[in-house]
Design a protein around this ligand. Sequence first.
Ligand SMILES: Nc1nc2c(ncn2[C@H]2C[C@H](O)[C@@H](COP(=O)(O)OP(=O)(O)OP(=O)(O)O)O2)c(=O)[nH]1
Ligand SMILES: Nc1ncnc2c1ncn2[C@@H]1O[C@H](COP(=O)(O)OP(=O)(O)O)[C@@H](O)[C@H]1O
Length: 410
Amino acid sequence: MDATTAPHRIPPEMPQYGEANHIFEMMQNMLEQLLIYRPEEPIPFMIDHLQQNNDNVPKIVVLGPPAAGKTTIAIWLCKHLNSNLLTTENLIAKEFSSLAAGARGHYQKAKSVPGTLLVRLIQERLREDDCVKRGWILDGIPETREQALTIQTLGIIPRHIIVLSAPDTVLIERNLGKRIDPQTGEIYHTTFDWPPESEIQNRLVVPTGILELETAQKLLEYHRNIVRILPLYPKILKVISADQPCVDVFYQALTYVQTNHRSNAPFTPRVLLCGPVGSGKSLQAALLAQKYRLVNVCCGQLLKEAVADKSAYGKVIQPFFEKEMAVPDNIVMKVLCQRLNQPDCIQKGWVLHGFPRDLDQARLLDRADHRPNRVFFLNVPLDSIIERVTLRRTDPVTGERYNARLLAGA
Ligand SMILES: Nc1nc2c(ncn2[C@H]2C[C@H](O)[C@@H](COP(=O)(O)OP(=O)(O)OP(=O)(O)O)O2)c(=O)[nH]1
Ligand SMILES: Nc1ncnc2c1ncn2[C@@H]1O[C@H](COP(=O)(O)OP(=O)(O)O)[C@@H](O)[C@H]1O
């Protein structure tokens, strides 16, 4: 086989470095921005993008019907994540902005802002330093599919979308109790979230647009639009029931926005199966190897093969086998690393079982840079273990293991 067709040996450090430093995601984000903004000077644009280093800042959209708790949850998320809340109200309230002044005019007349104007206001706001550095949370925007498409075209791409949902009847009833603190903008509720301080209680105001008919009309508008928006964000949205205490909604939302989505980065599975004897490691490893085309690495089998092949390591191991003593960890590691460093393990990935058996061995594996990226512990009750091990039969020719009960039934 000439050098051009030989499988290129990819040192294990390469894919691990790429995974550990999110290189693939970084390059993917930069490529997205380049294609969206198509700068005259790509190199300075890329340098600036990389220096911003804001791929992981919050970029969240909170959607939901009126009174679902969008603003409440968005405010709490902003405080917890130290990010910036963007609402229609605070976007049009921006001073020294002709766009905002025009939008205020529309809002005063029609209680709404034209979609294109609103999206340009968002784009203007997201370019400001605080949004670049600390991210943003859009409350109730986009309101329509057209707005969502325009936002996407401008390169405004959220990382997480939360969609709150609750029965209309609950929302209509709930909205009647909404109260707002005009000084802080904080939202309260006469039943579910009444402030303890009498000073705040006394200054709360009843917001407009919360009467039953008004909420019902907004609900109709929302249901008409949301079904056309959601298909635009298939992989980054999570629906959370808002018909539960605010705090529960918040913690579900926070957990979601703090998870990283699976990226498109090439992923090499390095699976570790742990569990007591007879827990099914070998069986599950064989099934995983077959299903995902992984290399099945059974540590015990590797040592036996080294002895059978009378390899250099095999000759060192044999005396320990003959005296039925544990093979020293450093020797096991040499045999294991020799196998894990082979091209098939690096390119296809592996499923390892029978090692590590203790913390020292686990540390050795970690130091050898063969860190698993999926670890499963097979937890089986003791009586099942005893039954399986006593009923286990091994084919001396193939080494295959069987369960005598299953064989009897076969
Ligand atoms: N009923 C049942 N039996 C299983 C299951 N997985 C494995 N077995 C049977 C097959 C074998 O006869 C016995 C032990 O299975 P394995 O040899 O795969 O267990 P393991 O590799 O963990 O044992 P080891 O630590 O290598 O001695 O239990 C399972 O999920 N359900
Ligand atoms: N999960 C919840 N349970 C009970 N009341 C809630 C919940 N979420 C929000 N509220 C209350 O409902 C009213 C509307 O909340 P708000 O955050 O303004 O909803 P939205 O922004 O979706 O219109 C407020 O009085 C708020 O305190």
